[in-house]
Design a protein around this ligand. Sequence first.
Ligand code: TXA
Ligand code: MG
Length: 348
Amino acid sequence: MDTKIWEIETGQLDTVETSEKMEEIKTAFEYGEVIGIPTETVYGLAGDARNHEAIQKIFAAKNRPGDNPLIVHIYDVAQLSEFTEPLDVKVETLMEHFWPGPISFILPLKGNMLASNAVAELDSVAVRMPSHPVGRALLREVGFPLAAPSANLSGKPSPTDYSHVIDDLNGKVYGVVASEPATYGLESTVLDCTRFPYRIARPGSITQDDLEGVLEEVVGRHESAGNQPIAPGMKYKHYAPHQPLVVIEGGLRNNTHLQIEEGQKMGVIAPETTREYVPEGAEFISLCSTEQAYREAARNLYAALRKMDKSDVDIIYIQGFPKNAETEALMNRIYKATGNEIIKGESS
Ligand code: TXA
Ligand code: MG
């Protein structure tokens, strides 16, 4: 099967060509097809959340374990009344503040409108209203909720550009909407609101501080009960290139003696300002302009990992960043990708 590509950029939303493409895409979703769509976090692989077969196609194309539930994407909060219990006023407040945007809320599921495999047979559902103008326009056009995990092969870094979706899923999915790259570059914050205080099941660009800036003490302190993952997806190895990946804690600046075996080639992913510390002969990918450019690092991380994955390097070193609220999601993804191989910096 040849995968169709529809080019729709934000600046073209009001054209006749785009409305024709939108109609075609809507029809494909109605027929149970699955399509890669842009969001501001990462590209998603979307299908009708009410259609069991469409959801099966998503799991099959990604080779995703069936016990890992999908996120359901909506255009309008009013859509939720069809498949979730009435919203708590605190949840409503957070939605008003952060939606459309990079946060998903896990809510108690109601009724059987959603396909049971979309939520991995759970009695809760994660929902999100994305802000990417093209993703949003698609959700409005389609009118029903779209279940969409990240549009990568399971285990690979999430796609932040449509070309990544094609690299992973060409021939395996009906189509891809080619639009602008994701502006955040990391998957949404997932907030479990099925019990109070709420819990962050997956860190993302919206932090605990951001949430508590709106509603005080709404998020429970991290529990010390081992590292039991809350989001089923967090227990799998993720985001990983095929080569060994090692984090340099404290950064390149403090680790100028990277080890490598004879005849092997090294890759280094680090901020532009540390280029001078990269060993000779290493393949360097600039992650961001400075060591404090965390947002830029988040936006570029998956593309950098994908590029190294395709290269001929035998081992990859990646810059670690200081731990703070702003870097939590970034470091969470970097550590997941390494399977926890770390080099300690001399001064940190
Ligand atoms: O930014 C994003 O969230 C992207 C875009 C496409 O919206 N989507 C995404 O989906 O990252 P996915 O499937 O790659 O990750 C969804 C995460 C998984 O860790 C999954 O286990 C968790 O959300 N999740 C979904 N529904 C859940 C539920 N009912 N209870 C607990 N965790 C849930
Ligand atoms: Mg994913």
